[in-house]
Write a protein of this length. Structure first.
Length: 260
């Protein structure tokens, strides 16, 4: 029997990073009975159950019955553990509660990283206080996670500064009809879906695109007169910068944002 926890974790991470991994690789634990007959099942290992449940949620189609079965029985057993052993409040129970309540596709990756750091940092503190207990959380890995999170935050701050400069350069703050805090919301929308370090250019481009959609939407919905709307439509259709001299102020600004 393979190491269930490692197998489930490897399956989940490979799938989430774009690798084509068949759910058949978890067929040996498709039923609760096969898990109970393993060493992890005999030891009633909560971490293995948790990793199996997480892996079962990385479905690529509705026909993956193996993952559906694993999700059903592992989720049921984890919920039972919380009910029966919840009074002991083992550190891992917080992670179990969070995972059952929020599947990975409903979480924001940077916030999830922050929560994991705080969760495991508290486990280190608790275990170090108990001198007779080994510390199961690798301090080097925790330090690396903190460093990586801090690096991510510095990148996000730089990107926000760039977008604020772009906003001033294109005088978006002069568009009185634009909703307050729109640029930050545009950036957050981009960062939620494109959170990794190497996607910095994509995040900025995405945030600018969302901002452009908002500017255009607000311009036609609430911010412009009929004449201004006709001005902007004419600018877009003709695509001639020379006609800017004959346009009203707001259409001229919107056109520049579209072509910056």
């Amino acid at each position: 029997m393979q190491d269930v926890e490692t197998c489930a974790m490897a399956f989940r991470l490979l799938r989430m990073n774009g690798y084509d991994v068949s759910s058949d690789d978890l067929s040996h634990v498709a039923e609760a009975s096969t898990f109970h007959s393993s060493l992890e099942g005999y030891l009633n290992h909560t971490k293995s159950l948790l990793e199996l449940y997480k892996a079962s949620k990385v479905c690529l189609s509705e026909n993956e019955l193996i993952l559906e079965n694993i999700s059903n029985w592992s989720g049921h057993l984890l919920a039972e553990k919380l009910r029966c052993d919840g009074t002991q409040r083992m550190p891992i129970f917080g992670e179990v509660e969070y995972t059952l309540k929020f599947p990975f596709y409903a979480t924001v990756e940077p916030l999830d990283h922050k929560r994991n750091i705080e969760h495991f940092d508290s486990r280190v503190t608790q275990q170090l206080k108990r001198k007779n207990m080994p510390c199961h959380v690798n301090q080097d890995l925790l330090d690396f996670a903190v460093e990586d999170f801090s690096f991510s935050q510095s990148i996000y701050q730089d990107e926000l500064c760039h977008l604020e400069s772009w906003e001033k350069e294109n005088r978006l703050e002069q568009l009185k009809f634009l909703r307050k805090g729109s640029l930050i919301n545009c950036y957050l929308s981009a960062a939620v879906t494109l959170s990794t370090h190497e996607l910095s250019d994509a995040r900025i481009a995405c945030a600018k695109t969302i901002a452009l959609v908002l500017v255009t939407d607000d311009f036609f919905d609430v911010g412009a007169s009929k004449e201004e709307q006709e001005n902007l439509i004419a600018l877009v259709e003709k695509y001639n910068p020379l006609t800017l001299f004959h346009c009203l102020h707001f259409p001229k600004m919107c056109w520049r944002v579209m072509h910056c």
